[in-house]
Write a protein that binds this ligand. Structure first.
Ligand code: BGC
Length: 258
């Protein structure tokens, strides 16, 4: 991994965040900049905000790639889904749209995949050589499956159908907020979700990220699982750090299919 700081950008439903990342240390070398996500969060509108963030860092970075996350499936630079974002992302050549706006190479990745990679390389699952399943509990539920340090991208396990429901509509942190659930009331929903993941994937470690993981002591100890389950360490830095890591990884391995 290279020494020069790399820009990571994390696109979320309410904010677009960016920071320069030192990939040797696995941490930011600048403050995190945040601009609100535009109301109409189409690819072009979001790209304009990303360009604003990039220009703020331009004189501190080289001409290397920029890693960008979005809360959608991404295959070969195309965004394929839009569960909680503007529907115009579906089948948009999003990576190309960003690189056209920015005049730089862009590597676009799923937000949970980026967070998961960061937790395995630098965070709660650092050094784990087994099967790690990272989930992010937020507006939706994101997932990253990483085996022996290698990401299996776009797992979308927030959309597992459990008891006839799309899992994220029952167990995302936004559901806790929308229904005004106490942690006590939220725990059975998480129990059902994580016991299903466990029965289907048998991971060595479960990592729980997303804003709600700040209060993990209120719910993780109450879950009854066979698998160790731990809070994410990098929290709201994970997406940015993972995006930067995946960008450099892609550029250093140009012949690998994306
Ligand atoms: C999306 C995923 C995303 C997750 C977290 C889900 O609704 O389908 O692609 O990773 O939310 O943002």
């Amino acid at each position: 991994m290279q020494n020069q700081p790399v820009l990571g950008i994390d696109i979320g439903g309410s904010g677009i965040k960016g920071a320069l990342v030192d990939l040797a240390a696995g941490d930011f070398v600048t403050d995190r900049v945040r601009i609100a996500t535009p109301e109409e969060s189409t690819p072009a509108n979001v790209a304009a905000i990303v360009a604003e963030i990039v220009s703020g860092f331009a004189d501190q970075m080289g001409d290397g790639p920029i890693g960008i996350t979005i809360p959608a499936v991404v295959t070969h630079g195309i965004s394929r889904s839009a569960a909680n974002i503007h529907k115009s992302w579906i089948d948009a050549p999003a990576e190309q749209i960003f690189s056209d706006h920015l005049g730089r190479q862009v590597v676009l990745v799923n937000d949970a995949d980026a967070a998961g990679v960061a937790e395995v390389k630098f965070g709660a699952a650092k050094g784990n050589e087994g099967l790690v399943l990272v989930t992010t509990l937020g507006t939706g539920i994101g997932s990253a499956l990483i085996y022996r340090g290698v990401l299996i991208p776009n797992t979308e396990l927030g959309h597992l159908e459990i008891d006839g429901h799309d899992a994220e509509t029952q167990a995302a942190a936004s559901v806790k907020t929308a229904l005004g659930l106490s942690y006590e009331e939220y725990v059975p929903r998480l129990q059902r979700y994580y016991e299903t993941l466990e029965a289907l994937f048998w991971p060595d470690l479960l990592v729980v990220g997303g804003g709600v993981s700040k209060a993990s002591d209120k719910f993780l100890p109450k879950l009854n699982l066979k698998t160790p389950i731990v809070p994410a360490h990098l929290r709201n830095r994970a997406g940015i750090i993972g995006a930067a890591w995946l960008a450099v990884d892609k550029v250093e391995n140009p012949d690998r299919p994306s």
